[in-house]
Ligand binder design. Sequence first.
Ligand SMILES: [Zn+2]
Ligand SMILES: [Zn+2]
Length: 122
Amino acid sequence: MILEELRLCRNHPAADEVYLRVKERLPRISLGTVYRNLELMASQGLIRRLETSSGHKRFDPIADDHCHFRCTACGKIEDIPFAVEIPELNASHPWVRVRKIQGARPEYFGLCPECVDNSATK
Ligand SMILES: [Zn+2]
Ligand SMILES: [Zn+2]
């Protein structure tokens, strides 16, 4: 049910937002339970834990690789609906050679359409 509610939130919610939704259906559930289940599903690869550059931990119901856009005005995180080409690291560089690079997930930032509109009318 936690997964179901997470999928209904289309805005990459924090654990407490998921908790408030689940609580409407299961009034006795605790934030700790919701949080533990989110962490568990993230470690199983069912969902993704987002470490945003703003420091807030959010959860993403889509576990597949995709890039995000973060609005610096309202804090909303959106999925970028097309593939973004990620630059390759120079594999012969000594820094790269001693590491096992598994991927990169660029986070783009700027203003979402609503905030663009808001800043234009101000
Ligand atoms: Zn915005
Ligand atoms: Zn996402």
